[in-house]
Design a protein around this ligand. Structure first.
Ligand code: BMA
Length: 335
């Protein structure tokens, strides 16, 4: 149902140009945001250097599978006016809103009290390498933010995954995808929980993947799930659900199975082993905010083992079918 691209991994560390000395011989490139732009797929890559700092680097993946870079890393004007200390910026997710590409991204910060936290920021594209910060929301520790491509009842809508649990190593994490609304893309009011992790199954911890895609049946939403019950390491997989067309805070269906799991070497081994992390979705032929036909081909970009970028191919119909898949009688995961 998901066909891996024969060219996988389509982007790897050795492809990243050394725009600056720090980008010479980078360690990894993964979890790109993706959107159709000027007859190609625009990816916003998360690149990690050997100092374990991150840079966001835009690239175009052309329809013949080749890629090109711009002449610089992406900069976000206004970022440094944020009062907290920013250490990392990562997990960029791209949405076209009112004709302009917007990026939601996560930031690791140290707040005014000296505590570590994760924030979500929103920026608007001026060019693939130049972005303008709209705001960083300091109100809560949250991540995995994705923006819908339209307003609902006059408000912007995003999905996010508040960090409400503390792992044994002290890192905050979360197990539920929630909705948040905003009048201005700057202040976000946390709304209802849409779905939670399913303990014992493939998606115990969850978070949004790419922004939801409108179909004739509702909003298709890819998410990542983490199975934490393996002794050696967590396993990151991709899954899909369907949200109500008029009220996307309402879950309609959620497949019992993952739709992609680490199996190839480039997914099984790397900086973080056993990771497929969906982060970009492009529906062929659909550029605007109109429902995707059931037979439309879909390209999914994902981070593999936090080391490289891979791609998988499917269709809207196959994703819709996956939302209806059930498990075995005993272990039927509940929504
Ligand atoms: C998550 C994010 C992802 C990453 C995954 C596995 O928390 O940081 O970007 O792929 O962990 O390390």
């Amino acid at each position: 149902m998901m066909r891996r691209d024969p060219r996988n991994p389509i982007l790897a560390r050795e492809h990243i140009p050394a725009f600056t000395p720090a980008l010479r011989d980078v360690s990894s490139v993964f979890n790109p945001g993706a959107i159709r732009y000027e007859c190609a797929d625009l990816l916003m890559l998360r690149v990690q250097t050997r100092s374990r700092e991150t840079a966001l680097i835009p690239a175009l993946v052309h329809d013949d599978g080749t890629h090109t870079f711009f002449d610089a890393v992406a900069t976000i004007e206004g970022l440094h006016e944020h009062p907290e200390t920013i250490h990392h910026i990562y997990d960029p997710r791209l949405t076209r809103l009112d004709g302009v590409i917007h990026m939601v991204f996560a930031l690791d910060v140290t707040d005014a009290t000296g505590a570590g936290a994760c924030r979500l920021g929103v920026a608007r594209m001026q060019s693939p390498t130049q972005w303008e910060l709209i705001a960083i929301d300091p109100s809560r520790d949250t991540r995995n933010g994705v923006l819908f491509p339209r307003r609902f009842n006059g408000s912007f809508l995003r999905l996010e995954r508040p960090n409400r649990h503390t792992r044994p190593d002290g890192v905050a994490t979360g197990a539920a995808i929630c909705a948040a609304t905003s009048p201005d893309l700057a202040a976000w009011n946390l709304g209802p929980e849409i779905m939670a992790g399913r303990w014992h199954y493939w998606d115990e911890l969850i978070g949004s993947g790419p922004p939801p895609v409108l179909t004739h049946h509702g909003w298709l939403h890819l998410y990542h799930g983490v199975a934490t019950h393996f002794a050696a390491s967590n396993i990151y997989q991709a899954g899909v659900c369907l949200l109500d067309r008029d009220d996307p805070t309402r879950l309609i269906r959620r497949g019992a199975m993952n739709i992609l799991e680490p199996r190839e070497l480039y997914e099984l081994t790397g900086q973080v082993p056993n990771v497929v992390f969906p982060s970009g979705i492009i529906v062929e032929g659909i550029d605007a905010d109109v429902p995707a036909p059931d037979d439309a081909p879909v390209r999914i970009y994902y981070g593999a083992a936090d080391t490289c970028v891979a791609r998988a191919h499917t269709t809207i119909r196959e994703l819709l079918d996956a939302c209806a898949e059930t498990g075995i009688a005993l272990g039927q995961p509940s929504q």
